[in-house]
Write a protein that binds this ligand. Structure first.
Ligand code: TRP
Ligand code: ZN
Length: 480
């Protein structure tokens, strides 16, 4: 039984969403240049946003507002043909700017309809527009490209980017894989709206984020148009191409559900798909209103990948998921997809919350209490978590890029939330959780934003030891 008083839900509309976090440094630079008039004054935008873990990810000098991706894919020849129409706003005077793109061949680039010079080096596609772009100006970039997209290997050895499946492909992008299938600003700090049109041989389906706006068959090819209005980080963009059993329904709260399941997984997926409405309802009760205009799931397996990912609106699973995994990936819709980390260092804000959601689900459904889960971890009695790994580094300071999805980020991150709950009490804790999701809805946030938010919401309490020992401290804290 769920025991939280229903009045909690009423709090969630209280706070206005905050503007997306500015890319560090760029605002200051641009200010210094506004005094110039005429002549050459713009400078290149920069080839990264200085992410501590993925320094080349993202780009400086602009902010994307919309991606219009027109893709055609031929699975027999593994050939992707794409046109990316990117709408962006310059955050400084620009003589040139970079997009992230790995592999593929670029046929041409235009800026504001005029042919632009471009150059490629590693993952940087540097574009030199015909004329300079002024700070504050909104501009359109079109990139035409094609080729056989690459499967990328992450620092931790897992595969992302363009994954090949038995009957098509699966494009996944955490942390830096979207650059394998479209050019863009591939960093979580730059969220944007998307329209993704995918043309595939007739008989195949193409699934993406957001809502399906149209399906058009012409000759022997079908085009699926998917629209995402709410801001989305590039690592959450997804395309799944293949044969699927499609299930559509509508939840009691009117949320449309679109689920695409590989036929080999259909029987096993039926029971868990039937649980989706109850999970969303429970999560809305605990976290506040669902942040997007549709939900669902994709079950399909990339040849090299066997992990789940919280792709926006509909998470991807490599096979029929268990209830805990579905609870986890759907919780990410609030924590990760709507409230997105400002940098990869803040990853625990995603995984700590999604893991704690699993503990809370267990607690509310006859399993161990969150306290019992916490205690087992602290004592080293959780058989799935090697204690040596758990205490290897603090949640808010992963040791390196290969460890952003390790136990300290997931389980120790969840332990931080449990410590906050112990200190604040249940009422204040659920106010914090819902208020946090509301305050940064559709935006970005840092760990520092989170700790100051907690302190603001529970003014009489001292959280400094929790931050020091549990969030930032090396090694196992002396007391549970
Ligand atoms: N975010 C995924 C989850 O928890 C796990 C994951 C998949 C991941 N690929 C990743 C985490 C790459 C970090 C980096 O459900
Ligand atoms: Zn997760």
């Amino acid at each position: 039984m769920v025991s939280r008083p229903p009045h909690k839900i009423a709090h969630v509309y209280r706070s206005a969403p905050v503007a997306r976090a500015a890319v560090a440094g760029t605002a200051v630079l641009a200010l210094a240049l506004t005094a110039c008039d005429g002549g050459v004054h713009g400078t290149p935008g920069g080839s990264g946003v200085r992410d501590a873990y993925f320094p080349k990810a993202g780009n400086g000098g602009y902010d994307v507002t919309h991606y219009g991706l027109t893709l055609a894919y031929d699975p027999d020849h593994r050939r992707l043909t794409g046109t990316a129409r990117i709408t962006a706003r310059a955050t400084k005077d620009l003589s040139a700017f970079d997009l992230d793109l790995k592999g593929l061949t670029v046929q041409g680039v235009t800026v504001e309809g005029r042919r632009a010079r471009f150059q490629r080096a590693g993952q940087e596609l540097t574009v030199r527009p015909h004329g300079e772009l002024d700070k504050g100006e909104t501009f359109g970039v079109t990139v035409r490209y094609s080729g056989t997209p690459r499967t990328l290997t992450d620092p931790d050895g897992s595969k992302e980017g363009w994954l090949y499946t038995a009957d098509g492909a699966l494009a996944l992008g955490e942390p830096v894989g979207s650059m394998a299938w479209f050019p863009g600003n591939d960093h979580p700090s730059d969220k944007a709206a998307y329209d993704v049109e995918v043309t595939v041989p007739k008989g195949l389906q193409a699934v993406s984020n957001g809502e399906l706006k149209s399906t058009t068959t012409s000759g022997d090819r079908t085009t699926y148009h998917w629209h995402t209005a709410e801001p989305m980080a590039s690592y959450l963009a997804m395309v799944a191409i293949g044969h699927y059993k499609i299930t559509r329904s509508v939840l009691k709260n009117h949320l449309p559900v679109y689920a695409a399941v590989d036929p080999t997984q259909e029987a096993a997926s039926r029971a868990v798909l039937a649980k989706l409405p109850e999970i969303i309802e429970w999560e809305e009760y605990n976290f506040g209103p669902y942040p997007f205009s549709s939900t669902g799931m994709v079950v399909d397996r990339g040849e090299d990948a066997g992990y789940a990912l919280e792709t926006q609106n509909r998470p991807v699973f490599p096979g029929a998921p268990g209830t805990g995994t579905l609870v986890h990936e759907l919780a990410h819709q609030w924590f990760g997809d709507s409230v997105t980390p400002a940098s990869w260092r803040d990853m625990w804000l995603n995984e700590g919350f999604a893991t704690y959601a699993e503990w809370l689900w267990e607690e509310d459904h006859g399993g161990p209490s969150a306290q019992q889960t916490f205690d087992a971890l602290y004592r080293g009695e959780d058989e799935n978590v090697d204690p040596e790994e758990l205490w290897a580094f603090p949640p808010a300071r992963p040791s390196d890029a290969a460890h952003i999805s390790a136990h300290p980020v997931y389980e120790r991150g969840a332990m931080v939330l449990h410590k906050i709950r112990q200190k604040a009490g249940d009422d204040a804790f659920y106010d914090i959780v819902q208020g946090w999701a509301a305050a940064h809805r559709h935006g970005n946030a840092t760990t520092a934003d989170f700790t100051s938010y907690v302190e603001k919401k529970a003014p009489g309490k001292d959280f400094s030891e929790i931050w020091k020992d549990w969030l930032y401290g090396d090694g196992k804290p002396a007391r549970p």
